[in-house]
Write a protein that binds this ligand. Structure first.
Ligand code: ATP
Length: 250
């Protein structure tokens, strides 16, 4: 990517390591290369939206950042540490958290039981986790005794985020949390995501509704064909979104 596509505003503030730094990443599946030298920097404490048409490689980028897909070349840094080749478990310990597809919640257990279970893997008390969760997600507090599988899609997504936050991640990777949800619920979810970023948790999110993501993000990156073609503040990137989604390249 040329220097003008990576404005200084998207580099990390001086003295603070970026939450995530991907440099020259090539990665794919077997012999099929999907990311062709990807450069992406998520500054610490910021919310970055990763946008692009179907098949651009957004999910693959998140898979590289979480260690699920290993790059064939390039550098991966998390919080300033070089973590090339690290396993998903090692990246989780480094503070990277990706909400699994299907949200990773236990549908037959209540909200409270779902939260309790996740404390076994993290060094926190049930009381601490429930207090923090119900403070951040009041709706989950109201539904603490409800079986998770009977909650609305938006509430289930909140529970998935709440479970992810138990490990106090430094970087949260979100892949299309709006999938199948009504616009009003999506707006509510994104307000919660913005609040997490305001609390200092860095967020990299992939979102099909570009306008929704641009409305809450600090930065946006536009991806086409396995490369970032634009990056900057949402207003700067917004102008190119329609072109890209309609089949252009910038
Ligand atoms: P979408 O918006 O449709 O989810 P995306 O930008 O997230 O797309 P990816 O899911 O990263 O794109 O897919 C990029 C390319 O990699 C696509 O051509 C896809 O078919 C291919 N791909 C993704 N996962 C696999 C896999 N497990 N095995 C082989 N090819 C894959």
């Amino acid at each position: 990517m040329s220097a003008d596509l990576l404005p200084a505003a998207v580099e990390a503030p001086v003295g603070v390591a970026p939450a995530l730094e991907l440099r020259g990443i090539r990665a794919g599946y077997g012999r099929i290369e999907v990311l062709h030298g990807l450069d992406l920097v998520v500054p610490a404490g910021s919310l970055m939206a990763l946008l692009g048409p179907n098949g651009a490689g957004k999910t693959t980028t998140l898979a590289v950042a979480s260690g699920k897909v290993r790059p064939t070349s390039g550098c991966l840094h998390v919080g300033g540490r070089h973590v090339n080749g690290a396993s998903p478990a090692a990246l989780t310990r480094a503070g990277v958290c990706r909400i699994p597809e299907g949200r990773g919640i236990f549908p037959n257990l209540t909200v409270a039981e779902n939260l309790k279970l996740v404390t076994y893997a993290a060094d926190v008390s049930v009381a601490e986790v429930t207090a923090m969760t119900y403070d951040r997600f009041p709706k989950l507090g109201q539904r603490r005794t409800q079986v998770a599988g009977t909650m609305s899609g938006g509430e289930q997504q909140m529970l998935a985020m709440a479970r992810a936050l138990v490990t106090s991640p430094g970087l949260l990777l979100l892949d299309e949390i709006s999938m199948g949800l009504a616009p009003l619920i999506v707006a509510e979810l994104y307000e919660l995501v913005a609040a997490l970023a305001a609390d200092g948790i860095s967020v990299l999110l992939v979102e099909q509704f570009a306008r929704t993501a641009l409305a809450v993000a600090d930065y946006a990156a536009l991806m086409v064909g396995g490369r970032i073609v634009r990056v900057g503040q949402p207003a700067d990137v917004a102008a190119f979104v329609d072109d890209v989604y309609l089949g252009g390249t910038t």
